[in-house]
Structure formats: structure tokens, C-alpha cells
Design a binder for this molecule. Structure first.
Ligand code: ADP
Length: 634
């Protein structure tokens, strides 16, 4: 067989191979079709398969694979077109791998053992699928109405999707529950995102980047337009180059282009120096600066002939786009453009936000509960008919403990205990804390009143009383608050040097190690539109302890109280939460959390694994945004 380098089809099914294949398989660089079904792989992937980069068809059915035994190298097989995993031991879970297999055409998941519903997020992964085998999957619940199969690309649109679904308990066909959305591979929605920053200031930059990536992954063109701040770190911008120059309001505006996380970004640099201030926000003339930017950006679209379908603006700094567009630019030939406006935080620039709400075609905020909490606000109330809550997500590639250079060993939910133990030791070592197995509470936050400063302080003392360790990474824009925390850090330095560390700065690499090394991440916000910290915590298998408000309420389900509410979302409880904005409130959640760590370690470890396996990526929210973008054009 060593000589057969160009074999096309190889059927090794039913042969009792036990996770090992002839090593000469590795020479078969041309192999297109491989059937290794009905062997005894017991969930192990023969390493010889990893060199078969040309493989288009792979049958792994009947081999006892678990969701995590599905090898990562499958995702590198960009040519893989059909893969069969029927009758393995996937235990009702869709392997994470599908998100990487966007181009897959045929997929066999029969006998999966899916017991509840097909995750709606699968629709994102399966946008090219034209054969889908799902028979004999023992569905007990509904096939999710929003499970959407996208057929992208004209060639595929004409083909029918063969979806084989049979319920074991109810023989009604569920075929009609599928909605099929036909999208052009690109250009249907050209989305221009407006965002004042590339990630330095809180979560907004993260959100714009990761949402744009998710929308782009669904096959649409996305361009981001930003001011070119002099204080911007351009080292993560690829192919940064001068693009053109144009003139507006007697000012020359230089346009630079580049790629950020695979997204195309235009940087506008007006030569009047409005963005040469050494800061992003916080200048006396911020309204003038961002007003100028919004106007200049619309002018740029017009002068360069860019005609997006959607302009998606975020918060007060890009609010003027909505009325400048409707009052002026709509009449200058950009007539098919629709404006979507997203509120990330109503605390800042409420007046501008109110005006943008009135002018935009659709408005959103970043969680369902926050949308309800602000619905009575006089600037929101008149616009409720076009106002929706769509949860933010996190980018699972950016936050990925399996692939993170800032933590000591890669881990997934399979080896979460081992991975987190190593990360905790590395964190203790780095911060000079006692290296011992104690419950560790992490806090990563801007230190502002919104984030529940008094509750944070209380929780630090409470954790120490319970013989735990605390690490706080935070910085305060307000110098008075910063100095309060500097004092607290000094006090703790003398009283609890081996168990508490406050790092009062912004440090993203360190945040990764804290997310990985902490047992709990505390988010006691007074209000929280969505919150990313609790989502990132779960991605790293840390258990969120949160106040029940806004997006925290929508994403964290208390182990003792929220079983039913979690189930309604197709989830299981994943953390601890409390109501009041006072010390007894925090104590109620924190005490239960720490007690579980001390007294029920197996249950705690299982909870970490479960939290890690929940999907808080953009898969689902990106589809909601797509629906919204489509609705704007109806
Ligand atoms: P907000 O946008 O209100 O600050 P979010 O929870 O939406 O709150 O986003 C906060 C983001 O900023 C998270 O990704 C968190 O990890 C990060 N972050 C906050 N403070 C720091 C810090 N001091 N160092 C590093 N990252 C931080």
C-alpha cells in the first residue's frame, strides 16, 4: 500500500481496526474518499488520518466517538465535503467542530442521541449543506423553529435539502419546521460598522469586531469605519496603507486601510487634528470631534461610491450618522441604505442616543432584559415598536483556552480541571500569592459605580473571611476611585499579602490568566446592558457569580433557583446569582459558591465543565442581527 500514493477511494469499514490504521496510509496524499465506519476506534482518531489533507469524504460512523473525540484536525481539512458520524456516542451534543466546517455539503448525524432540540446555532454552521441525515435521533422536544439551514451560493440554491428527521416518540414529520433562507454568498447586506475604538475602551470594541466577524462569516461584506486616533496601536492592523484623500468642510481627510482580525477597516484622519489628542474620548469638544467624524464618514461613503445595505451605528459617538443620513445623504444617491442603531450603554450621551433612536430604521440593545429595564425611559418608550434586545456574544477564537498563549496548558472541557489547576498555579506564582489549593475569586472590571464598587469591596473581604484568594484586575477612570483602590491594595498588602492581589491597570494578557486560573468570576454590577466578563469566564470554565440585572440575568442561571428558567432556553444552570445591591445580597451568592467549592468538589468541577460547553458565541445573535437587517429592507 505504501506505493499507492494516488488512491481515490479506500473502504476499510467493518474490519475491527482499533484506532490504529496502517501507517502507510499517511502516504496517500491523493485520497479523496475514506470509509472507516464500523470499526472499533473507541473514539480514537488514527493519527495517520491527519496527513490526508485532500480528503473530501470521510465516514467515521459507528466508532464510539464522543463530541470531543471528534478530532480538531478535521477542521483543517478544508476540502472535506461530506462527513458521517452516525451512531457514535455524541450523547446529544453537536461537536464544536461544525463551526469550522462551514463548507460542508453532506453531513450524517443519524443516531446521534440528540434528546432535546437541535441547537438553532447549527444553522450557521450548515449553510452549505444539501444532505443532512438526522434520522433516528430520538427527539423528545421540538425541532427548533429557528433552526435555519442556509443555502449559500447559486449552485446550491436550486438543490433541495434532504433533511431526514424522524422522531422516535412522535411520528409527525418535522420537515416543515425548517426555514430555508436563501442568501447570496456576498453583497446581500453590506454592513458598515461604526465604532470609535478598536477594543481598548471596555467591551464595545470587542463587540463590534466579533459581531462583524460573525456577520462576515455568514457570507456578507462588512466594512468598519473608524477615526484614526493618534494614540491607536496599529501593530495588530495588517496591510496598513494609505488609500486615498478627499476633502470635506474645507478639510483634507486622509483615508488609510488595513485588516483587523480579518475585517476590512477604513481609518479616517482629518487633517484638522481633531483626532490628534492623545485620547479616544474625554476631550472637551468630543461632540464636535465625533460630529465631524460621522459627517466625514458619510461623505467618504458617497465620494467612494460605497453603497452598503446597512449602516450599523453604536452608541452616542456614531449617533449623528442616523440623522445626517436621513436629513442629507439619503437624498444624494444612498437611497437603499438602512440605519440600525445599537445602544450599548444608555448612561452615556442619552440625548444623542434618543435622537438616533428616532431617526434609525431599527434599534437594538444588547440583551433582552436590559431592553425591558430601559423601556420606560422617555427616550426609548416612543420607539418600542422598532426596539429589540439581541444578546452580545464573544468570539470563541479570541477567547479560547485550548489555544491561548497566555495560559500554561491548553484545555477544553475534557481536561478542564487539569487546565485550570495549572493556570491557578501560574497565576499565584506570577502575582506572588500563596501556592495552595484555595477557592480563587477573580474580578476583571472597569472600576465605576455601574460595576458595583461597594459590592466588590465587600466581596473581597468576604472571600478572605472564607479563607479564599482574590485577584482584582481593574482600572478606574475617576482618580478618586482609583486612589480608594490603591489604598485598599496597600491595606491588603499588609494584612493578606498571600491571599489578595489588586492590579489597578488595564492588562489584557493578564486577564486571560485570571479567567483561566480563577474558580469564580464576580460581576456584581448595579446595571449591566449585556456584560462580556461572565461569558468569557464561562468559556474558560470559571463560574460566574453575578447580580441579576440586564444581560447578567439573561446568561447566568443559578444552580439553586434557575433550573426551570435555564431549561426554557435549552440550557442548564451555570452559576450563582443574587438580587439586592447590598452586602447580604453578595454574601448569599458568594457563600453558596464557595461552599460548593469546599464541600462538593465533584459537583463544582462538573459545573465548570458544563459552563465551558455552553455556547455564548455569536452563532445565535449573528442570526438575529441578520434577520433584523433583512427586516429593515422589507
Ligand atoms: P464594559 O464594556 O461596561 O466595561 P463588559 O463586560 O461589556 O463591560 O466588557 C468588559 C471587557 O473589558 C471584558 O472583555 C473584560 O475582560 C475587559 N476588561 C475590563 N477591565 C479590564 C482590565 N483592567 N484589564 C483587562 N481587561 C479588562
Amino acid at each position: 500500500m505504501g506505493l499507492l500514493q494516488k488512491l481515490k477511494v479506500l473502504d476499510l469499514s467493518n474490519n475491527g481496526f482499533q484506532g490504529i490504521l496502517p501507517s502507510s496510509l499517511g502516504n496517500l496524499t491523493e485520497l479523496i474518499k475514506l470509509n472507516v465506519g464500523f470499526n472499533r476506534f473507541n473514539g480514537r482518531i488514527p493519527k495517520e488520518l491527519s496527513s490526508l489533507k485532500k480528503l473530501e469524504f470521510l465516514d467515521l460512523s459507528n466508532n464510539c466517538f464522543s463530541p470531543f473525540g471528534v478530532p480538531l484536525f478535521l477542521s483543517e481539512m478544508v476540502r472535506l465535503k461530506e462527513v458521517y458520524l452516525s451512531r457514535n456516542k455524541l450523547g446529544g451534543q453537536i461537536p464544536e467542530i461544525w463551526e469550522k466546517l462551514g463548507g460542508i455539503l453532506g453531513l450524517g448525524l443519524s443516531g446521534l442521541g440528540l434528546v432535546e432540540e437541535i441547537p438553532s446555532s447549527m444553522g450557521v454552521y450548515l449553510r452549505n449543506v444539501c444532505y443532512l441525515g438526522l434520522d433516528n435521533i430520538e427527539l423528545e422536544g421540538e425541532v427548533h423553529e429557528e433552526f435555519t439551514v442556509y443555502t449559500a451560493g447559486e449552485e446550491l440554491i436550486s438543490r433541495t435539502i434532504d433533511a431526514y428527521i424522524r422522531r422516535s416518540k412522535d411520528s409527525r414529520s418535522t420537515k416543515n419546521s425548517f426555514t430555508t433562507v436563501d442568501c447570496q454568498p456576498s453583497g446581500l447586506a453590506r454592513v458598515a460598522d461604526w465604532c470609535p475604538t478598536l477594543s481598548q475602551v471596555g467591551g464595545l470594541g470587542d463587540v463590534v469586531t466579533s459581531l462583524s466577524r460573525a456577520v462576515q462569516d455568514l457570507g456578507h461584506n462588512v466594512d468598519i469605519i473608524l477615526p484614526k486616533y493618534d494614540c491607536m496601536n496599529l501593530s495588530n492592523v495588517k496591510d496598513f496603507q494609505f488609500h486615498r484623500s478627499y476633502s470635506w468642510d474645507r478639510t483634507e481627510v486622509k483615508v488609510w486601510t488595513g485588516k483587523v482580525e480579518g475585517l476590512s477597516v477604513y481609518f479616517l484622519e482629518p487633517q484638522n487634528g481633531l483626532f490628534w489628542k492623545g485620547c479616544i474620548y474625554g476631550c472637551k469638544n468630543d461632540a464636535e470631534r465625533f460630529g465631524f467624524f460621522c459627517h466625514a464618514a458619510l461623505e467618504f461613503l458617497l465620494q467612494s461610491g460605497l453603497h452598503p445595505d446597512i449602516l450599523h451605528c453604536h452608541d452616542w459617538s456614531s449617533a449623528p450618522v442616523s440623522w445626517l443620513f436621513k436629513d442629507h445623504y439619503m437624498h444624494y444617491g444612498l437611497s437603499k441604505v438602512r440605519v440600525v442603531f445599537t445602544i450599548h450603554n444608555l448612561e452615556f450621551g442619552a440625548q444623542l442616543i434618543g435622537k438616533a433612536m428616532a431617526y434609525s430604521d431599527k434599534a437594538t440593545t444588547v440583551s433582552h432584559t436590559y431592553s425591558k429595564e430601559v423601556s420606560k425611559n422617555p427616550i426609548i418608550a416612543p420607539q418600542l415598536h422598532k426596539f429589540h434586545g439581541i444578546l452580545n456574544g464573544i468570539d470563541p477564537d479570541i477567547w479560547d483556552p485550548y489555544n491561548d498563549k497566555f495560559i500554561p496548558i491548553p484545555y477544553s472541557s475534557e481536561n478542564v480541571v487539569e487546565g485550570k489547576r495549572a493556570a491557578k498555579e501560574a497565576l499565584q506564582q506570577r502575582l506572588g500569592l500563596k501556592k495552595s489549593d484555595l477557592p480563587l475569586v477573580g474580578i476583571i472590571t472597569r472600576l465605576t459605580v455601574q460595576k458595583g464598587i461597594h459590592l466588590i469591596k465587600h466581596a473581597i473581604w468576604r472571600t478572605l473571611e472564607r479563607n479564599g484568594q482574590v485577584v482584582l484586575l481593574g482600572s478606574a477612570p475617576d482618580p478618586r476611585i482609583q486612589s480608594e483602590f490603591v489604598n485598599l491594595a496597600n491595606q491588603l498588602h499588609s494584612s493578606h499579602n498571600d491571599r489578595a492581589r489588586l492590579i489597578l491597570t488595564y492588562d489584557e494578557p493578564l486577564s486571560h490568566l485570571i479567567y483561566a486560573g480563577a474558580d469564580f468570576i464576580l460581576v456584581p454590577s448595579i446595571f449591566e446592558p449585556c456584560g462580556l466578563t461572565q461569558l468569557t469566564a464561562m468559556r474558560f470554565g470559571s463560574i460566574p457569580v453575578v447580580r441579576k440585572t440586564g444581560g447578567l440575568y439573561d446568561t447566568v442561571f443559578d444552580v439553586d433557583h434557575d433550573g426551570g428558567r435555564a431549561q426554557e432556553q435549552g440550557l442548564e444552570p451555570n452559576g450563582f446569582s443574587f438580587d439586592g445591591a447590598d452586602p447580604p445580597g453578595v454574601d448569599y451568592a458568594l457563600n453558596r459558591a464557595i461552599s460548593m467549592w469546599y464541600d462538593e468538589r465533584d459537583r463544582f468541577n462538573f459545573l465548570c465543565k458544563r459552563a465551558m460547553e455552553q455556547d455564548w458565541s455569536w452563532n445565535r445573535p449573528a442570526l438575529d442581527y441578520m434577520e433584523l437587517y433583512h427586516a429593515c429592507h422589507k
